[in-house]
Design a binder for this molecule. Structure first.
Ligand code: AVI
Length: 334
């Protein structure tokens, strides 16, 4: 499965054939990938389609849930070890954040750093990026904030390091690396090691733990994660005119221990047909659309993966319960 838009092979013509004329390019990509997912068995689609405005708002709520420990724990680690991280960064470093990011997280770094030179958030969504860049620039008037609109999972061109600036440090928090398939994670880390040559990457990675804790994090009592998952179908109805009967699909999330990942699926509660893009698709009772993988790591496994991608792993910071980890990965000059 391709996650997070790593590679998008669809031609414009292929997309247009599956999409009504009025939909924009993003909707056309969704239409194309949904048609491909429904036509293939087992069915799976990239988790990047969770994040329309409603899905992004639901994800923000997930981050506040009592069961969803990753965001809270990573913030705790960042605040506890910000000074140590700042020492690794050195003076006048610049931060390249992969994803427009949470201002709360980068702020913890900026506040601990010695004269941060520049902040380069990279995101494919220009609008979200412009908003977070403007907010940060307002709070840190001395900082040079330069948003870069790009798909960071592809080859990536960044402005040259400014004269007199320190190290270039990548920041990829939240364990978003876990939403990539293993080959995609390796590819992303290879690209990152290249663009950060001579600098480093600060990478957040969720850890393997008691499956009950993992299970609860993706099956919260308030049903926010279920709504987040089902929003993919709601979005298809809203945006693409599909006719998914939402009450006929159930949120299913479980820990697949041999694969070391949480899998999220949407499971058909009955035998049914779904109309979409002029076609009709059969679902058997119990059949699923696989919507997300969220890989969990061991500290040694993550370090080995990073080393394989060309990094020299450095310090690792974690919480007392070893729920989550933050890795300092040096990117050699050549
Ligand atoms: C964005 N990503 C790291 C989240 C995760 O935990 O894999 C997305 C998410 N899916 C369900 N809950 C949160």
């Amino acid at each position: 499965m391709l996650t997070h838009g790593l590679i998008d092979f669809a031609t414009r013509r292929e997309r247009e054939q599956n999409a009504p004329a009025h939909v924009d390019a993003a909707s056309a990509a969704f239409a194309h990938d949904l048609a491909a997912a429904l036509a293939t068995r087992p069915r799976s689609i990239s988790p990047k389609y969770f994040y329309d405005a409603r899905g992004s708002a639901l994800f923000d709520r997930i981050c506040e849930l009592p069961e969803y420990y990753p965001t809270r724990t990573e913030l705790d680690i960042l605040s506890q070890y910000a000074a140590d991280i700042a020492v690794q960064m050195g003076p006048r470093a610049e931060i390249v954040e992969f994803g427009a990011g949470s201002l709360r997280k980068v702020r913890l770094l900026l506040d601990a750093m010695q004269s941060p030179a520049r902040y380069l958030p990279i995101d494919i969504s220009g609008e979200h990026l412009a908003r977070s860049a403007a907010a940060l620039q307002h709070e840190y008037p001395e900082l040079d904030v330069q948003p870069v609109v790009a798909d960071y999972t592809q080859r990536l061109l960044l402005p040259a390091v400014a004269p007199g600036a320190g190290r270039r440090v990548g920041f990829f928090p939240g364990s978003t690396i876990g939403n990539f398939a293993p080959q995609e994670a390796l590819h992303f880390l290879r690209v990152a090691a290249q663009v950060l040559r001579g600098g480093a990457l600060l990478l957040g990675a969720d850890l393997i733990k008691d499956p009950d804790v993992l299970h609860a994090a993706y099956n919260d009592a308030q049903g926010v994660t279920a709504a987040f998952n089902l929003n993919l179908l709601a979005r298809a109805n809203r945006e693409l005119g599909a006719d998914f009967a939402l009450e006929q699909f159930a949120h299913s999330a479980f820990y697949n221990a041999p694969q070391q990942r949480i899998e999220m699926h949407l499971m058909s509660r009955c035998r049914q047909q779904v109309a979409f893009g002029g076609n009709s698709y059969d679902f058997d009772e119990g059949e699923t659309l696989h919507t997300e993988n969220s890989y969990k790591f061991t500290i040694t496994g993550l370090r080995a993966l990073a080393a394989h991608a060309g990094f020299r792993p450095g310090p690792v910071w974690t919480d007392e319960k070893r729920l989550f980890s933050l890795h300092w990965l040096n990117a050699p000059s050549e």
